[in-house]
Design a protein around this ligand. Sequence first.
Ligand code: NAP
Length: 279
Amino acid sequence: MRQKKFGQSGPQVPVIGQGTWYIDHGDRKTAVAALRRGIDLGMIHIDTAEMYGDAELVIADAITGQRDKIFLVSKVLPSNASRRGTITACERSLKRLNTDRLDCYLLHWRGSYPLAETVAAFEQLVSSGKIRSWGVSNFDADDLEEMLAVAGEGTIACNQVLYHLRERAIEHAVIPWCEAHEVAVVAYSPFGHNDFPQPRSKAGEVLQRIAEAHGASPRQVALAFLTREPYVFAIPKASTPEHAAENAAAGDLVLGDEEVAALDKVFPRGPKPRSLPML
Ligand code: NAP
């Protein structure tokens, strides 16, 4: 699977990872099997959050005996992101995940606590070995600029943001900002959450045609399109081993310039919205 550097001083991480929002809502055994199949096929970046109910418990099962090869990410809710609250939230997540450290810990979205408080907590967690790095989520370019002023160059490992074929707002300012500062961009809801283009739509037909040319699926083409830029990763959520396997295979798919141009035409970027879209 293709890999990229995760942040200015981070490790190489596979371009396709695994989301876990709602993974605890179906059959637990199948969900654990899906995550394990994904890990076996190279999707070792696993994304979760204290907000995702029992997802952290499902992950704990899935990574038993193989923690060292996993790149584990969780998130603190903005309502908990005070200096003290961030530390406590992280400790709760570590306990639920049955591990002693996170590879990256994110502020889920911007709330009312000053960024400096959350950053101070993140730095304390790094010093005590409970997290290896930290990042943000749902930050627009101006939020990133403020965070940079608070934390300094090279400290923000990633920005996790909404990005799929029909929602390309981050291409206007967020991706360029992140590239300039070597911040990883992690595309969440890469299949539009539950709204993937229909095969019978005009755009869906283009997707299908490109997929057939590669012996791939439309979802694999979507993931290849989203991860075409040097700093972008994607974290689709799959709750069956078959879906996980299909998604992992996208990590080796590279589209040609003409294919990227054809997708760009039928899934246009659109104008820059006033505020960054999020789920
Ligand atoms: P998504 O990954 O865009 O889509 C998930 C849906 O796609 C599920 O219904 C899943 O079905 C289906 N699916 C996955 N692989 C498939 C395949 N190969 N063939 C057919 N269907 C497939 O949606 P998401 O869960 O919203 O986003 C992904 C992850 O991003 C989340 O799980 C979460 O970790 C993260 N996220 C972060 C934020 C944030 O604010 N930071 C917000 C939203 C999401 P099955 O479950 O049946 O496999």
